[in-house]
Design a protein around this ligand. Structure first.
Ligand code: ADP
Length: 371
């Protein structure tokens, strides 16, 4: 937004339009006015305002409808309603529908200038936030490209050559040489797995996940996740148990990525458990939410660490646990859950264990019976 902000004023009272123009005369802003909603909306394309004042009570198309149409055209345009004292409650209604503020009639020049400035500041902030998000997204994409081309491709070539070499030399190697080759193979496999995890966290695209949304059974998410982590639990001698409180219902979501979340949280529960202990998963419907809780009797998480464990690359090694960690599993899980309009909460006590609860909005009955 340049210094010349564009302000559109839609009001059926000529005196209001004239006073607004008069007050802003001499400022650097560009002003356009319209005496009804239809005329105002027809100016959007050409004038592309930063701020739109809309009178709530006008003949023809209503102020509320105008606000809706302005936001349909460009959700970043700031709208402010102009209203008489008697209609303050409808101004509140308009703000619930996306208007940023309201200007009660009659107004003084100072009031109008102040509200205009606040509206324009708001618009600047909205645009800056969008630009920052875009920049962050571009950095992610660049990082993904670097990781992929500069690290993954050469490492995969090394891995391939190593496998060939081991095959060619088989029969000629001493025990010690075989051991060294095996160690190289494991290290390279670990590095490639880590790069895959990095690429996964960079490629979690909320919009793409949402495109796959459909009515999904939570029961099926849980059984698929349990099946996936069972070998890990068996290797570690951790007992898995599950309890599902019927009727559980459905969520509007993408089964594949939700299974990824539950597998991750169950995987952590197993990873941070001692041999011989138990990990349990429970699902229940509470109000409008479906809760999936995963509890372990493992090492627990210190209170001061809890706010950070969902951050990218946050990993804390435990003296008692010697398993691989990337610090990205929960970061990926959080992005996926948030794409489902859900959240994850944690209760934990050091040395005693942790409970991770995934909260997902449950699908309303009518939404499931329709299709
Ligand atoms: P990773 O498990 O690869 O380290 P995550 O993002 O999945 O990465 O987890 C981040 C950190 O959160 C872990 O390093 C660990 O310190 C902590 N954490 C996660 N789950 C548990 C758990 N069930 N018990 C104890 N600590 C946990």
């Amino acid at each position: 937004m340049d210094n010349q902000s564009r302000i559109l004023i839609i009001d059926d009272e000529e005196i209001v339009l004239d006073s607004c123009k008069q007050i802003l005369k001499g400022s650097s802003h560009k002003i356009a006015t319209a005496m009804d909603g239809t005329l105002g909306l027809s100016l959007l394309n050409e004038f592309h305002p930063d701020l739109v004042y809309v009178d709530l009570k006008m003949p023809g198309i209503s102020g509320l409808e105008v606000i809706g149409k302005v936001h349909e055209f460009d959700p970043t345009i700031v709208t402010i309603v102009i209203t008489g004292f008697a209609t303050v409650s409808s101004a509140v209604e308009a703000m619930k529908n996306g208007a940023y503020d309201f200007l009660p009639k009659p107004f003084t020049p100072d009031e109008f200038r102040l509200i205009t400035q606040r509206g324009l500041d708001r618009r600047r902030l909205v645009l800056e936030t969008i630009a920052l998000k875009r920049e962050k997204e571009m950095l992610r994409e660049q990082f993904a490209a670097i990781v992929s081309h500069e690290l993954k491709s050469p490492l995969s070539a090394v891995q391939q050559n190593l496998y060939f070499l081991m095959d060619e030399l088989s029969g000629q190697l001493t025990e010690e040489q075989i051991h060294k080759f095996e160690r190289m193979k494991i290290k390279i496999d670990d590095l490639i797995n880590m790069i895959h995890t990095w690429l996964r966290v960079l490629s979690v695209d909320v919009n793409k996940i949402r495109e796959k949304f459909k009515a999904t059974e939570v029961k099926s998410i849980i059984s698929k996740s349990l099946e996936s982590v069972q070998p890990h639990a068996t290797r570690k001698d951790v007992e898995l148990s599950s309890s599902i409180q019927e009727p559980l219902g459905l969520v509007n979501g993408d089964e594949g990525t939700l299974v990824e979340v539950v597998v991750n949280i169950l995987g952590n529960a197993i990873k941070f458990s001692r041999s011989g202990s138990q990990v349990s998963i429970r699902a229940e419907k509470v109000g409008n939410e479906i809760l999936i809780s995963v509890s372990d009797q493992g090492v627990g998480i210190a209170k001061e660490d809890i706010p950070y464990i969902f951050n990218d690359f946050y990993a804390k090694r435990s003296d008692q646990i010697a398993e691989q960690s990337s610090g990205l599993g929960l970061a990926i899980a959080r992005r996926i859950v948030e794409a489902h309009d859900g959240s994850v909460s944690i209760e934990s006590e050091l040395g005693k264990g942790s409970t991770f609860v995934i909260h997902l909005p449950s699908l309303k009955e009518e939404a499931t019976s329709g299709s």
